[in-house]
Design a protein around this ligand. Structure first.
Ligand code: NAD
Length: 489
């Protein structure tokens, strides 16, 4: 089996220790690749390469238009190799090929969107209040960026970081999740093919507490952009304080989806399922916390249970499969324990609540789509992110109560509201303390709209013009056109 290498200073290299990690297909636990497992020393080597490339300035001083052309090339190469990339993503994550193909289209769009953001007010002239002077604002690259990504949307999350960082003129070191590196490795081949200069992009595989910790704490790194769980995010934040790095955190969520009795019933049921069961609920913005108006609660639960019975679990490469496995045995055990905790707290399992019995699914990390009712706001399963195919359902009877429940969380990533009352929908959208609120829809993203969390769901924004600004420093240049002594002293 070919060894997948890291990309440091323009070369494909093995880890300094020669260590390898086996990458597993979560559908059947087969080894699908052997990947170089880097450590702190590999991270340092990559950071030094990125530092040197930034300080030499070839990329950062190239015009933004030229950088945009290279990033556009990457978008085109991703489209060219879409099938191969989608195949690798499904093989490594277990998600269906249809989902992976959709991811690749979105990723290509992300690169294209940022490739076009090359004249976006990067420079601005102010009307200087001081006589005989000029004053202008320029936006410059931040410098060396450390980028750490999770396993659920491996390449999509990487694209939100790589594309703006490159267009803005930074150099970078990416560390993908140690269990899902395959599409990131492939995309680095494409970035190399697109013609990014040596040292500008570097890829180091390895664990969070080695490679990730070094990227977060190393003083030659100017910005750390992290997507992952809240506990790891806190460690990154702490480590980043050692040299007061710029910091961007995209963390978890336990996202409310509020259904009013006046919503279109069929649409709300359908979307409540879409909100959670894509990629087996392993989505940071999954609407796993359903909050349903009391008058329709029972019929809504019945309709959901009826639909959930027919979800087809299986191999992501089988066209009839609607939901794949969870990512790993460790994560499966987390989801099992999460639901068991709910049972101990007194929830009712309306459907699911265990692993499937189907013999064909026993070698994969499958968990049944699950609906938990009789949930109370202070329960662990209502407050904590499960990151699996599990919906908790609470009831409300007034609009105020719906808002209060939706906001009763340490998280603030996203939320949904379903109603045909436009004024009510707008009131909810205003009062819900989240980075994204969907009205009569769920889980929609596009590159033009910023993405990120309120409260403990994160700091900063990806995508949109804010996603580019994350990778820029703002400088004020004041020019005295008539210098003369002040003679104050
Ligand atoms: P994780 O926190 O376990 O790992 C994420 C990444 O951080 C991995 O690359 C890991 O190796 C690295 N890491 C772990 N410990 C680290 C440390 N001490 N220092 C530096 N790096 C470290 O998360 P995960 O299980 O891979 O991903 C799932 C989580 O990601 C969920 O909580 C989900 O909500 C969140 N997520 C958020 C968004 C968003 O946009 N807000 C998107 C996707 C996933």
């Amino acid at each position: 089996m070919e060894i997948k290498k890291m990309y440091i200073n323009g070369e494909w290299v093995e880890a300094n220790t020669g260590e390898l990690r086996e990458i597993i297909n979560p559908y059947n636990q087969e080894v699908i690749a052997k990947v170089s497992e880097g450590d702190k020393n590999d991270a340092i080597k990559a950071i030094k390469a990125a530092r040197k490339a930034f300080d030499q300035g070839e990329w950062s001083t190239t015009s933004a238009v030229e950088r945009g052309k290279v990033v556009e090339k990457i978008a085109n190469l991703i489209q060219r190799d879409k099938e191969e990339l989608a195949y690798l993503e499904s093989l490594n994550t277990g998600k269906t090929m249809e989902e992976s193909r959709g991811d690749m289209d979105e990723i290509s769009l992300v690169f294209r969107y940022f490739s076009e953001m090359t004249d976006d007010s990067s420079s601005e002239v102010l009307d200087s209040p001081i006589p005989n002077s000029t004053s202008r604002i320029v936006r410059e690259p931040v410098g060396v960026c450390g980028q750490i990504t999770p396993w659920n949307y491996p390449l999509l999350q990487a694209s939100w970081k790589l594309a703006p960082a490159l267009v803005a003129g930074n150099t970078l070191v990416l560390k993908p999740s140690e269990i899902t590196p395959l599409t990131s490795i492939k995309v680095f081949e494409l970035v190399e093919e697109a013609g990014v200069p040596v040292g500008v992009i570097n890829l180091v595989m390895g664990a969070g507490d080695t490679v990730g910790a070094e990227l977060s704490s190393n003083h030659e790194v100017d910005l750390i952009s992290f997507t992952g769980g809240i506990e790891s995010g806190k460690k990154v934040m702490q480590a980043a304080s050692s040299n007061v790095k710029n910091l961007a955190l995209e963390l978890g969520g336990k996202n409310p989806n509020v259904i009013f009795e006046d919503a279109d019933f069929e649409t709300a049921v359908d979307q409540a399922m879409n909100a959670v069961f894509f990629h087996a609920g392993q989505i940071c913005s999954a609407g796993t916390r359903l909050i349903v108006e009391e008058s329709i609660h029972d019929s809504f639960v019945d309709a959901l249970v009826e639909r959930v019975k027919h979800i087809k679990l299986g191999n992501g490469f089988d066209e009839s499969t609607q939901m794949g496995p969870l990512i790993s045995n460790e994560h499966l055990n987390k989801v099992i324990n999460y639901v068991e905790k709910g049972k101990q707290e007194g929830v009712t399992v309306a459907i699911g609540g265990s692993r499937p019995n189907d013999p064909a699914l026993q070698s994969g990390f499958f968990y049944l789509p699950t609906i938990l009712t009789d949930c109370k706001t202070d329960m662990y399963v209502v407050q904590e992110e499960g990151f699996g195919p599990v919906i908790t359902i609470e009831k409300f009877s007034t609009e105020e109560q719906a808002i209060q429940l939706a906001n009763d969380s340490i998280y603030g990533l996203s939320g949904g509201v379903f109603t045909n009352d436009i004024s009510k929908a707008e009131r909810l959208a205003t009062k819900m303390r989240m980075g994204t609120v969907w009205i009569n829809d769920v889980n929609l993203y596009f590159p033009q709209a910023p993405w990120g969390g309120y409260k403990q769901s994160g700091i900063g924004r990806e995508l949109g013009k804010e996603g580019l600004e994350e990778y820029q420093e703002t400088k004020h240049i004041f020019h005295n056109l008539k210098p003369e002594p002040l003679n104050w002293f």
